[in-house]
Design a protein around this ligand. Structure first.
Ligand code: ADP
Ligand code: ASP
Ligand code: MG
Length: 404
């Protein structure tokens, strides 16, 4: 069998952990499996490198950030290869570029364009364990790129697709995908399986256990994968295409995004084209706007409305500057920013065939005395924006109401 095994930051946090990764790989190798190992940077290393750069200047060049951040994973591949050699196993490390991972040129969040795994095959055929640096690739022109935070997940899934691996295992510091982040909700339960769509929603709504782009990729190429712990041998969670019985479960999980902020534009003239110009300016500034709510118009002669929207907290300052520039030309009366907001979401394909889910969520929050500021829904999720200080108790209350 050809197996891709990915080990995240905590799983390679120090040399002891790296040795235990090597021991696990050796067990599979002894069974005759061919193994491609993908590793992240040691836990805290990527954050540490970002901090160093920002000590020098607040907005460093993204090209240089990629050169810098790629060193994190490069350290781990070499140490993992050395740990395998220490056990007497033949192993060789490859950077993303050496592994044939070609990306576009969007530094710090590059997309994989194709993978030419010639070198990987050569090494596997020579009976070597191949260790590939996660999170990085190279443009056609030879520039080093990275795939966005959490991007080692994507490296693993993309390699599993390119190599047509029989198994793709994502090893992390929890036993699998839970009904909610087990660090925030102690009663959360490990799921045996979850559909791509549910995993994708949970991941993009704040559950960092999988990078959302990697789940998108897995769905597109039909890569079935298992999320499991590097600290024990417990079976993990299988992520795969939706199956029939999955709709019987109404809510699969709850997630919380703590990095939200809200802006309210008070007294915005209610005329065609105003919303378009506001959101075009924000888009031109590369600001991702998530939820938008516009109130009913008030005033009859010069009708005006209030417009609220959410952005990532990291983008709030920049969004504020853009709105300030528009303020007098459009005639916005006032701007109010709420910096600390959270987005709480429930996700489940069963929502398609069950009614009353939203009512139950809102009622649960009401009973807990939590005010809902914004709401958005899709076929398989309901999200609410609430004050950050209430977000964790709200998450536990909603989890208790739907998942016990
Ligand atoms: P790695 O370094 O292995 O990539 P991450 O820190 O990126 O690991 O992701 C694992 C973490 O994701 C867990 O420690 C857990 O706190 C968090 N997490 C958030 N939501 C969930 C969830 N629904 N199920 C499991 N873990 C979750
Ligand atoms: N080291 C990178 C990060 O911290 C990639 C990863 O861990 O998946 O985001
Ligand atoms: Mg991760």
């Amino acid at each position: 069998m050809l197996i891709v095994q990915k080990f995240g930051g905590t799983s390679v946090a120090n040399t002891e952990r790296i040795k235990s990764v090597a021991a696990r790989v050796a067990k599979y190798h002894a069974k005759g499996d061919q193994i491609v190992v993908v590793v992240s940077a040691m836990s805290g290393v990527t954050d540490g490198l970002i901090k160093l750069a920002k000590e020098i200047m607040p907005l460093p060049s993204e090209r240089e950030m990629d050169v810098l951040l790629a060193t994190g994973e490069q350290t781990t591949i070499a140490l993992t290869a050395i740990a395998l050699h220490a056990l007497g196993l033949p192993a060789a490390s490859l950077t993303g570029a050496q592994a044939g991972i070609v990306t576009d040129g969007v530094h710090t969040k590059a997309k994989i364009q194709n993978i030419t795994p010639r070198k990987i095959h050569e090494l596997l055929n020579a009976d070597k364990v191949v260790i590939v640096a996660g999170f990085q690739g190279q443009t056609r022109e030879g520039q080093i790129t990275t795939l966005g935070r959490g991007g080692s997940d994507l490296t693993a899934i993309a390699l599993a697709a390119a190599l047509k691996a029989n198994l793709c295992q994502i090893y992390t510091d929890v036993d699998g995908v839970y009904t909610a982040d087990p660090r925030l909700v102690p009663t959360a339960r490990k799921l045996t399986e979850i559909s791509y769509d549910e995993m994708l929603e949970l991941a993009s709504l704040g559950a960092k256990v999988m990078q959302s782009r990697s789940v998108e990729f897995a769905k597109k190429f039909g890569v079935v994968f298992e999320v499991r712990s590097s600290l024990n041998d417990n079976p993990g969670t299988i992520v795969k295409e939706e199956t029939k019985g999955m709709e019987d479960v109404v809510i699969r999980g709850v997630s919380l995004d703590k990095n939200q902020a809200k802006m309210t534009l008070v007294g915005v003239p209610d005329r065609p084209g105003i919303a378009a110009s506001i959101f075009k300016s924000l888009a031109d500034g590369a600001i991702n706007v998530d939820m938008i709510v516009q109130n009913a118009s008030h005033g009859s002669e010069t009708p005006a409305t209030d417009l609220s929207f959410t952005v990532d907290r990291a983008d709030l300052l920049k969004a504020g500057k853009i709105i300030d520039e528009l303020r007098s030309s459009i005639g916005i009366r006032d701007v109010v920013a709420a910096e600390k907001m959270g987005k709480l979401s429930i996700v489940g394909v069963g929502m398609r065939s069950h009614s009353g889910v939203a009512a139950k969520m809102f009622d649960t929050l009401a009973q807990a005395g939590i005010n809902i500021e914004m709401i958005s829904t899709s076929e398989i999720k309901i999200s609410v924006v609430i004050e950050l200080s209430k977000a964790e108790p709200a998450m536990r209350a909603v989890h208790a109401a739907f998942l016990g």
